[in-house]
Design a protein around this ligand. Structure first.
Ligand SMILES: Cc1cc2nc3c(=O)[nH]c(=O)nc-3n(C[C@H](O)[C@H](O)[C@H](O)COP(=O)(O)OP(=O)(O)OC[C@H]3O[C@@H](n4cnc5c(N)ncnc54)[C@H](O)[C@@H]3O)c2cc1C
Length: 389
């Protein structure tokens, strides 16, 4: 089976994790990325213990700890008064309970660590400027075509090309993503410019009705990553993300606590972006013939459980384990989908439920019982290194 040649479309966090995990299992992979240069947006991402197991295995715990910040503590606060409503235990608690950290990282740092590791294994594995436009299958192989006329032949093709996946469209036809009614602003703020009282706890979410402002530390505490969600009737911009004006965020969150105002005012204007949040209905199948889907391509989800990247990371490791355990490509893809589709779909649907709860919640009576976190759903109990494949 080490002769199996996987083609991966998309070098986001999902595609790179899959590539690295497949390399570790002894496969020679080729990754095709549409962008001319590899990279990630300037924002943070929370890595929960279920995904941290995979990163520890693939990158080594020291490397993961060198790029990730483990928050000492966290809180959910009242949006207006800043009063702590719920304390969330962090620090080494999650590691003791689940065997891996709950941590937060600059997306570019994680992306670079994964890409470097893939290249160290095989300098030729990552190919940029390759926009997937279609695929064709024969009895013996699958051929992917790219917009610049290039093509690539492999045994399986894994679409890791995000929510607007061209591989998904090639397999299952056109199905436009839905606007969820939420927009998000994301920004990075130097913590050195903030008063000491705004620096604890390490991570906090200010909960309003239909609006949330979350901030946490990345880059060893030098930066706050913030994500601010609110409702909108529609998303008018042509692109799915655009550079944002801090004044717009300040006005939208003008009734939020002084800490929120201070973070927004300290954000460099070029460091703030606005996103329309989209999702899709679950697919009944991911795999068709020699091609399958991974990460947001298969299960795009709203960020209300902070699990999209975590699910993509889990998918990558399980795909590699499925390929290593299988006798042929057909069994590899069947094992992968059987192990992953139910969980991916569950988390995707629960993220939609959370979007509605956030919309309906009353910040004045928020309690631990009314809060439905990824941990409360049992998602941290999963370990992609040991889950049945
Ligand atoms: C506001 C916000 C906050 C979030 N916070 C968290 C969080 O805290 N924790 C968490 O786990 N998740 C979070 N997520 C979700 C997470 O960002 C995504 O689920 C994750 O990035 C998906 O990774 P992916 O590799 O599947 O897709 P992507 O990151 O979208 O990568 C897809 C890659 O494929 C490439 N590509 C696209 N089309 C083609 C093509 N035709 N040919 C070749 N290449 C192509 C793209 O250029 C890109 O490099 C958040 C999302 C949002 C919007």
């Amino acid at each position: 089976m080490n002769e199996l040649r996987p083609l991966i479309v998309g070098a986001g966090i999902g595609g790179l994790t899959a590539a690295l995990a497949l390399q570790r299992a002894g496969f020679r992979v080729a990754v095709y990325e549409q962008a001319d240069e590899l990279g990630e947006i300037g924002a943070g991402v929370t890595i929960t213990p279920n995904a941290c197991h995979a990163l520890n295995f693939l990158l080594g715990e020291d490397r993961v700890e060198s790029i990730c910040h483990v928050p000492a503590s966290g809180a959910i606060k009242h949006f207006e008064t800043g009063e702590t409503l719920i304390d969330t235990e962090r620090g080494d608690g999650p590691k003791r309970r689940y065997g891996a950290n709950y941590c937060q990282v600059h997306r570019a740092d994680l992306h670079r660590a994964l890409a470097d590791a893939v290249r160290e294994n095989d300098a030729d594995a990552l190919r940029v400027g390759a926009r997937f436009v279609g695929c064709e299958e024969t009895d013996d192989a699958i051929t992917a075509s790219f917009a610049d006329g290039r093509s690539a032949v492999g045994d399986i093709l894994v679409g890791c090309d995000g929510i607007r996946s061209a591989v998904r469209e090639a397999l299952w036809g056109i199905d436009e993503p839905r606007f969820t009614g939420y927009v998000a602003w994301r920004g990075l703020t130097p913590t050195g410019d903030l008063e000491a009282e705004f620096l604890a706890p390490d991570s906090a979410a200010f909960a309003g009705r239909g609006r949330t402002f979350t901030r946490y530390k990345v880059r060893h505490g030098e930066l706050y990553n913030f994500v601010a969600f609110t409702r909108r009737d529609q998303w008018e911009a042509e692109s799915w993300s655009e550079r944002a004006d801090i004044d717009e965020v300040l006005s939208e969150f003008s009734d939020f606590a002084p800490e929120v105002q201070a973070i927004l005012r300290a954000t460099p204007p070029e460091q703030c972006f606005k996103w329309g949040l989209f999702d899709r209905s679950p697919l009944d199948r991911w795999t068709q013939g020699r091609a399958t889907l991974l990460g947001d391509a298969g299960h795009p989800m709203t960020p209300f459980l902070a699990q999209g990247a975590a699910m993509a990371i889990e998918d990558g490791v399980v795909l590699a384990r499925a390929a290593a355990a299988a006798a042929d490509w057909r069994e590899a893809l069947a094992r992968y989908e059987a192990a992953r589709r139910e969980r991916g779909t569950f988390v995707m649907l629960e993220s939609q439920v959370n979007a509605r709860r956030i919309y309906e919640r009353d910040p004045d009576s928020l309690s631990r019982n009314s809060h439905r976190s990824a941990e409360a759903l049992g998602l941290y109990d999963y370990n992609p290194l040991t889950a049945i494949v």
